[in-house]
Design a protein around this ligand. Structure first.
Ligand code: NDP
Length: 296
């Protein structure tokens, strides 16, 4: 193995510690406490784990954490009423609605009902537009975490060839916008891309967000490239015992690590950065709402 392992877990822990310091400073200097409300509709086990982790880490950073767990049959109107209530709540600075929502609810409508300044996921149409036009936006947490890891590893990103594999609204597209903002030459690849392997092999920076376990192998990677694996896939692991599973990324770590210059592991790469960025966004939202300088 030749690649450097990018330790997202350690980086995220440092970031959370910095956020906690700023939260303490806000309390001491201004008597403020950032508050994050997470709304979960239905009982998706994976979402429940995320929500639990988010709540725990929010409290550990010294922030207020509120969880609203709603029944899967909750009506769209009731959900919108809750969002309106949270928008008006001065103790709440960040609102996150855990996706996916049940089919009878229009996700776009709900996300766009969140006050843009409290939209810590950065999915509101206003924040999407601000990011797309290079203005000050609330930036989606997962791509923001990827960008931080890339800057930490590579420094200035300008002029680098970046390939983003995946074009979802929550990862691929905002990732492409962030890399463009940092002056990379960006290619966005997806399920209709021709010669996908060749396209990926041109990348100095390869961000994989496809949701296909271990799809990207070493042959897809340019020697020395920096590989960011966003994928979180649960696959059977009979070697661990009957019925056991393990998490893998969209990149085949073992073959990719032979070729790449640096690579994020799964777990322990992008995943922990997502929650750290959520805390950072909540802190930023609190500062902006109160007209205070934003932390670096
Ligand atoms: P989506 O399913 O919304 O998007 C997947 C994208 O990959 C689509 O653009 C799709 O193309 C493309 N794609 C799918 N199959 C192929 C293929 N065979 N070849 C080329 N492109 C393909 O997924 P998300 O963006 O929401 O998530 C991607 C991965 O990241 C998942 O594993 C998810 O679990 C993980 N994730 C991790 C997070 C974290 O915190 N680490 C947070 C969010 C997601 P097309 O548009 O043409 O259909």
């Amino acid at each position: 193995m030749s690649a450097e392992i990018i330790d997202g877990k350690a980086f995220a822990a440092e970031m959370r510690a910095r956020v906690a310091q700023e939260v303490a400073r806000l309390r001491d200097d201004h008597g403020l406490r950032p508050g994050l409300a997470v709304v979960l509709v239905g009982e998706d086990p994976a979402s429940e784990v995320y929500v639990r982790n988010k709540g725990r880490q929010t409290l550990e950073a010294g922030m207020k954490s509120v969880e609203h767990k709603l029944d899967a049959a909750t009506s769209q109107d009731d959900l919108l009423a809750l969002i309106a209530q949270l928008n008006a709540d001065a103790s709440i600075h960040g609102i996150l609605v855990q996706l996916p929502l049940p089919d009878h609810i229009d996700s776009d409508l709900v996300i766009n009902a969140i006050a843009p300044e409290k939209d810590v996921d950065g999915f509101h149409i206003l924040n999407v537009g601000l990011l797309g036009t290079g203005q000050k936006a609330m930036v989606p947490c997962t791509p923001l975490g990827c960008l931080m890891l890339l800057r930490a590893r590579l420094g200035d990103l300008s002029g680098r060839n970046a390939v983003v594999l995946g074009r979802s609204n929550i990862v691929g597209k905002p990732m492409a916008n962030l890399l463009l903002r940092d002056s990379c030459t960006v290619t966005v690849a997806h399920s209709r891309t021709r010669d996908l392997q060749e396209v990926c092999r041109r990348a100095d920076i390869l961000v994989a967000a496809v949701g296909r376990p271990q799809m990207v192998t070493g042959e897809w990677i340019r020697p020395g490239a920096t590989v960011i694996d966003v994928g979180i896939n649960r696959i059977p692991a009979p070697e661990r015992g009957a019925g056991k599973h393990r998490l893998v990324g969209d990149v085949d770590f073992d073959s990719a690590a032979q070729v790449a210059g640096a690579i994020t592991p799964v777990p322990g790469g992008v995943g922990p950065m997502t929650i750290a960025c959520l805390l950072a966004n909540t802190l930023t939202a609190c500062c902006r709402i109160h007209g205070l300088p934003e932390p670096e």
